[in-house]
Structures are given as C-alpha cells and as structure tokens.
Design a protein around this ligand. Structure first.
Ligand code: AMP
Length: 207
C-alpha cells in the first residue's frame, strides 16, 4: 500500500510520517533526500543547494533521478509513504507512472498555526526527526544528534513556499479526488489526532 501526504510546509507531514513508520510504512521524503544529496556533496549538490537556499523547487529531472535511485534500494511490496512529492500535477503524473498510489491525504491547517510551528521547529541532523523548541533543545532525545533550525523556515521563504503550494495544489487535489483516493484530515490539533484520522481511513488496526 502506497500513500502520499501533502499540505502546507509545517502542516505536520514529517511528524505524522514518524508515527506512520511505526505502522510499517517506509518514509520517503524528497526534501530529506535532496538535503542529503547536498550534505554528501553528490552530483546535484550545487543545483539543489541553490533551490533550497532560495525557496524554489528543485528541477523534476533531478528529483526523479534521486527518487528512482532511492526506490531501487527498497524491497518490492514495501508500504511506501511519500512526503514532499508530488508538488505539481506534472510530478503527480510522473509519480503515478512509477508507482501506484492508493491513498492521498491532505493535511489541513490554518496559516497562523503554520507560522507558529515554523518559529519553533527543530530537525535532528542525524535521524531527521522533527521536534519543537517547546519540547527539547540542542540534542535529539532519541539519537543524540544535533537539533537544528531549517533555513527555509524563515518568514520570507516560508511565505514563498506557502504561495507556491497554494498555486499548485488544486490540480493535484482534483487528480486524487477523481481517482477516488483523496482524504482531507485536520492537522491543526496534534499529530496523534491527525494519525487517528489517517488510521481510520486506512482501517489500520481493525483487520
Ligand atoms: P520539504 O522538506 O518537503 O519541505 O522540502 C524542502 C525543499 O526541498 C522544498 O522547498 C524544495 O526546494 C525542495 N523539494 C522537496 N521536494 C521537492 C519536490 N518534490 N520537487 C521539487 N523540489 C522539492
């Protein structure tokens, strides 16, 4: 079973993904894959860094080349959870040509909460776990990695990323609605509440 998550930046896709990993999904975050390519100084490092530093999308050819190579490392029949892709209707069709998507969840959250979360968001540079300054500081309580703020969480870049999301999401939403797999979940309260709604749709734990 393969699912995609989409929603504003900071709508909680990363935190929800961490919970879904415990339900035997393998988390594939294109943002993480791209940041890793920069960190390891891979072939595309310069192109990606420019896009990340400027709040722009990375070119589709780069995204899908990295994604396909990553997918080759994952055994068949693994439950996949895509986070950060598709960002455009073109990516949506390309992804569908690579892999069948069974469920699409849009995490819905008001913008004032999105900005509040960005102010406090920390990410572990080792295990990639997302957390908040309201919960912990400096070092990851799970793996001991360094907790860092994301450069693209600053107000200007975040505003750009939100506008980008709003300008591109409608055809993606309509695509998944027409496929009969679109589900809207409230992501404004807590990750556990979001998880509960997703599990309800997946019928998880009831089989
Ligand atoms: P995220 O971690 O999903 O918020 O992504 C962080 C940044 O990585 C985005 O602002 C884009 O610059 C880039 N990125 C992530 N996923 C994609 C994608 N599917 N297509 C293009 N760029 C992406």
């Amino acid at each position: 079973m393969n699912i995609v998550l989409f929603g504003y930046p900071n709508s909680g896709k990363g935190s929800l993904s961490q919970k879904l990993i415990e339900c035997s999904f393998v988390h594939i975050s294109t943002g993480d894959l791209l940041r890793e390519e920069v960190k390891t100084n891979g072939n595309y490092a310069h192109i990606i860094k420019y896009a990340l530093d400027n709040g722009k999308f990375v070119d589709d050819l780069v995204v899908f080349d990295i994604l396909k190579k990553h997918l080759e490392l994952i055994p068949n029949n693994t439950n996949l959870l895509f986070d950060g892709i598709p960002r455009t209707i073109k990516q949506c069709i390309t992804l569908e040509n690579i892999i069948n998507i069974d469920f699409a969840f849009e995490l819905v959250c008001p913008k004032n909460i999105i900005f509040d979360r960005a102010k406090n968001r920390l990410v572990c540079d080792k295990c990639k776990r997302t957390t908040s300054k309201l919960v912990e500081n400096d070092f990851c309580s799970v793996c001991g990695g360094k907790l860092v703020s994301r450069l693209d969480d600053n107000i200007d870049l975040l505003t750009n990323r939100i506008l980008d999301y709003e300008s591109k999401i409608e055809p993606i939403r309509n695509y998944y609605i027409s496929k009969g797999i679109y589900h809207r979940v409230d992501a404004s309260v807590s990750v556990d509440f979001t998880l509960k709604q997703v599990k309800g749709v997946l019928n998880y734990g009831n089989n």
